[in-house]
Design a protein around this ligand. Structure first.
Ligand code: LCS
Length: 416
């Protein structure tokens, strides 16, 4: 079905699906590693790119293709490339668009491993990088060098919730002959379309909102132009970062409800953020839907909604956050985000532990920051849960929840 003219919720249901001989309403799982050629000439034509079709699942597969086509349409790109994980997508982007001697400028508070992979691994192959607050356009402009090939932006950023003006930074980067990649994981294509705002490439950890059910790890990249799409696909195929057909099937299933999940979760997030702002134990709330957020107006212009990610700090600093995380009962203490279930985690010791304490400080978040991914439970239950957790935390250690004690902070880097 041609879905180009349809609204986003209709696209979520129908884009990417191609009817097969059975009339299957959903794209089946083509659980096969390889595809038979009709004859030798057919095989040769597929390899030469003279005919469209499937060769081998690392290169392409109908179930994976359905997901790639669907997200490419949602993002208004020329083609999608599904990957084994969000990090697989990021690795593919670095591999395809950078080389020895090239320089990358990125958001300082980017997801920990996105930075770790560059600083610890790609650096060994001579790729240079620099991390700035990309929500500040002047910092971006100053960071660009003649050899800067890539501006890699995460917006909203994990876990600081900073919002970068994609339109403005794209114009600056393009004037320097530099490509722009946006990690759109926190917004999802339902709320933000970076390619429409000037970016060249958009990527997602589909593990989060796109799949939405905490049962799959995966990634996807969408390019605006064909030549970049081809470079990215080649890097994915050669590095073996491909998605698996069963993964793709589950993500296709999750994707259909993206709109209703995001709408509900962001409604609850607004209520929770406003409630958190009023609690005496809470010293700061970062939610882009709040007027107090420094880029609230930009988010209003750039996004179709404010999403469901909240970061907050307690008066009791790190210790206060730890006590709270141990006391929640409806929310689950776990990393990841963007699922139907509410998750709470501690970036400094978990998702961003691989970034040094100095760099975390420079990126703009304290060891006391707690990240809260709002799910689709009843909002009254989530608020009651937070209230009882704050009460229990205070009862457990009334004086400690009011001190900023970071002396017991574990600096051991982890893998997530
Ligand atoms: N980009 C962002 C913004 C992320 O938050 C993550 C994972 C990734 C990329 C990597 O995706 P993955 O390979 O895990 O599919 N973020 C995580 C987080 O904040 N908690 O656990 C994983």
């Amino acid at each position: 079905m041609d879905t180009k003219h349809l609204g986003i919720n209709s696209k979520l249901i129908h884009a990417g699906h191609k009817a097969d001989a059975t009339g299957s309403v959903n794209t089946p799982i083509y659980q096969t590693s390889t595809f038979a050629f009709r004859n030798a000439a057919h095989g040769a034509a597929l390899f030469a790119g003279e005919e469209d079709g499937f060769i081998y699942t690392r290169i392409g597969n109908p179930t994976i293709r359905a997901l790639e086509d669907s997200v490419a349409e949602l993002e208004n790109g020329c083609g999608g490339i599904a990957t084994s994980s969000g990090m697989g997508a990021i690795c593919t982007v670095y591999l395809a668009l950078l080389e020895a001697g090239a320089h990358m400028v990125s958001t300082a508070s980017v997801y920990g491993p996105s930075r770790g992979l560059m600083e610890k691994d790609f650096a060994r192959f001579g790729v240079q990088s620099m991390y700035v607050d990309t929500s500040d356009v002047t910092q971006v402009e100053k960071a660009l060098r003649p050899n800067t090939k890539l501006l890699y932006v995460e917006t909203p950023s994990n876990p600081t919730m900073q919002v970068t003006d994609i339109d403005q930074v794209s114009a600056i980067a393009h004037a320097h002959g530099c490509l722009v990649v946006v990690d759109n994981t926190f917004a999802s294509p339902y709320l933000q379309q970076p390619l429409e705002l000037g970016a060249d490439v958009v990527l997602h950890s589909v593990t989060k909102f796109i799949n939405g059910h905490a049962d799959v790890v995966g990634g996807i990249i969408v390019a605006k132009e064909t030549d970049i799409y081809k470079r990215l696909r080649k890097a994915m195929v050669n590095s073996g970062c491909n998605m698996d057909p069963h993964q793709a099937f589950l993500v296709l299933r999750g994707l259909k409800t993206l709109g209703i999940r995001v709408e509900r979760a962001q409604r609850s997030a607004m209520e929770i953020a406003r409630w958190l702002e009023k609690q005496p134990e809470v010293s700061a709330v970062r939610y882009i839907g709040l007027e107090s957020h420094p880029q609230h107006e930009l988010a209003k212009r750039q996004m179709k909604g404010f999403g469901s990610m909240i970061s907050f700090e307690l008066e009791g600093g790190l210790e206060g956050g730890r006590l709270l995380m141990n006391q929640v009962r409806v929310a689950t203490l776990a990393v990841s985000l963007g699922g139907v279930e509410t998750l709470i985690e501690h970036p400094a010791s978990m998702t961003h532990a691989s970034i040094s304490p100095e760099d975390r400080h420079l990126a703009g978040f304290s060891d006391g920051l707690v990240r809260y991914s709002v799910g689709i439970e009843d909002v009254e239950d989530l608020i009651a849960d937070l209230r009882q957790a704050l009460d229990a935390a205070s009862a457990e250690s009334p004086q400690r929840t009011r001190n900023s004690d970071t002396s017991t902070m574990v600096e051991e880097p982890t893998l997530v």
